[in-house]
Design a protein around this ligand. Structure first.
Ligand code: UT7
Length: 319
C-alpha cells in the first residue's frame, strides 16, 4: 500500500491556556511546562462529521482521487456525532462515495494506526484498491470542563489519508492492546436501562484519566513498539528521518527520543497549537508535515499512537 494523499481540518476557535485559567484553577505555566501545550482548537460550529468530511475532501484532492473511486472508508473516532449511523457512513454520504464499504474503528488515540493496519489488510486481499482512513474527534464534548487534570490536555480536529493498494510504502506495522490496564483512561457510556432493569443514573460520564499511569505506559510502550517495527523491517532508529508520534505530551516525546537515542528534530510536533486530539493527532501531524514539504521520496517515517484501551500501534513507511 501507499499513502497518496493527506488532509486535515481544525475548528476555527482557538482556546489558549490563559483562556482556560479564566475559569479553572490552572495556569499557562503549569500546562506549558507539564505538557508543551499552549493552545487548542475547540469546536463551536463544527462537528466530528463536518471536520471528518473536510479532512477527507482535502486528502482526496491531494491524492487526485474521486469519491466514487473509493472502495473502503474507515473512520477512527471515540466521539462520533451519533452512535448510529457511524461517522464513516455519514462521511461516505456527504462525499458521495457510493462504491465504498464504510465502518468505524474505536481504538482511541491509536485509532489511526489501527485504521491503517485494517486498510492494509483489506487492500492486500486484492479486492480493494483505494481506501480513505480518517481520525476525527470532538473531544471537547466528553470533557469535564471543571476537571483541570483532563480538560486542558485535549482539542478537536480531524485528519485523513488516501491509501492505494498500488505501491509499497508500508514496511512493517505492529498493534497491541492491554485491556487489563484500561481503566486508567475511561469514559462510561449509557447505562443498561429498560423495563426490566432501571438504571440508577442514566447519564454519560466524562473522560477520567490516571495521568501518571498513562504516562508510564506510554513511555514504556512506545519506544518498544517502535523498536519492534524497525527490527521487523531490518532498520535502526538512526535510519529513520521522522518520527510522527501521537501528540499527548511533549515530555513523552522527549522520553521516546532519549530511549531511541534520536534528536528531537526528528520528532515534529503540533501539540503546542492543537493539544491532544486522540485518533486525529497522527493524521493531522502527517498532513502538516507533508504540506510543509518536509518529507521527500525515499524518506523513512515512523508513525506511532498510544492511549485508551489501553492500545498502541506503530508502523514504518518508506515514502
Ligand atoms: O492520549 C491518551 C494518552 N494520554 C497521555 O498520554 C497522558 C499521559 N499523562 C500525562 O501527560 C501527564 O500525567 C499529565 C500531563 C496528565 C499530568 O502531569 P503530571 O506531571 O503527571 O501531573 P500529576 O497528575 O502528577 O499532577 C501533579 C500536580 C497535582 O497536584 P498535587 O496533588 O501535587 O498538589 C495536580 O492536582 O498538578 C496538579 N494539576 C494541575 N495543576 C494546575 C493537575 N492538572 C493541573 C492543571 N493545572 N491543569
Amino acid at each position: 500500500m501507499k499513502i497518496i494523499g493527506t488532509g486535515s481540518s481544525l475548528p476555527k476557535k482557538i482556546v489558549t491556556n490563559d483562556d482556560l485559567s479564566a475559569f479553572l484553577d490552572t495556569s499557562d505555566e503549569w500546562i506549558r511546562t507539564r505538557t508543551g501545550i499552549r493552545e487548542r482548537h475547540i469546536a463551536v460550529e463544527e462537528t466530528t462529521t463536518s471536520m471528518g468530511v473536510e479532512a477527507a475532501r482535502n486528502a482526496l484532492e491531494d491524492a487526485g482521487v474521486a469519491p466514487e473511486e473509493l472502495d473502503l472508508i474507515i473512520a477512527a473516532t471515540v466521539t462520533s456525532d451519533r452512535i448510529i449511523p457511524m461517522l464513516s457512513c455519514q462521511v461516505q454520504a456527504e462525499l458521495g462515495a457510493k462504491n465504498a464499504v464504510a465502518f468505524d474503528i474505536g481504538a482511541a488515540c491509536s485509532g489511526f494506526l489501527f485504521a491503517l493496519g485494517t486498510a492494509n489488510a483489506y487492500l492486500s486481499t486484492g479486492k480493494y484498491k483505494n481506501a480513505l482512513i480518517i481520525g476525527a474527534e470532538t473531544l471537547s464534548k466528553i470533557m469535564d470542563w471543571t476537571d483541570r487534570s483532563t480538560c486542558v490536555l485535549f482539542g478537536d480536529g480531524a485528519g485523513a489519508a488516501v491509501v492505494s493498494a498500488e505501491g509499497d510504502h508500508l514496511l512493517s506495522i505492529v498493534q497491541g492492546s492491554d485491556g487489563a490496564g484500561g481503566m486508567a483512561l475511561e469514559c462510561v457510556n449509557r447505562s443498561t436501562n429498560n423495563p426490566f432493569c432501571r438504571a440508577e443514573s442514566n447519564t454519560f460520564s466524562y473522560v477520567h484519566m490516571d495521568g501518571p499511569a498513562v504516562y508510564k505506559f506510554a513511555v514504556r510502550t512506545i519506544p518498544k513498539a517502535i523498536m519492534q517495527v524497525l527490527d521487523e523491517a531490518g532498520l535502526t532508529p538512526d535510519q529513520v528521518d521522522y518520527y510522527l508520534l501521537h501528540q499527548a505530551n511533549l515530555r513523552i516525546l522527549d522520553a521516546a527520543a532519549a530511549r531511541l537515542k534520536q534528536p528531537m528534530e526528528k520528532f515534529p510536533t503540533n501539540m503546542e497549537r492543537c493539544g491532544n486530539i486522540s485518533a486525529a493527532s497522527v493524521p493531522i501531524l502527517l498532513d502538516e508535515v507533508c504540506r510543509a514539504g518536509k518529507i521527500k521520496e525515499g524518506d523513512l517515517i515512523v508513525l506511532a499512537g498510544f492511549g485508551a484501551g489501553l492500545t498502541w500501534g506503530a508502523c514504518v513507511l518508506r515514502w
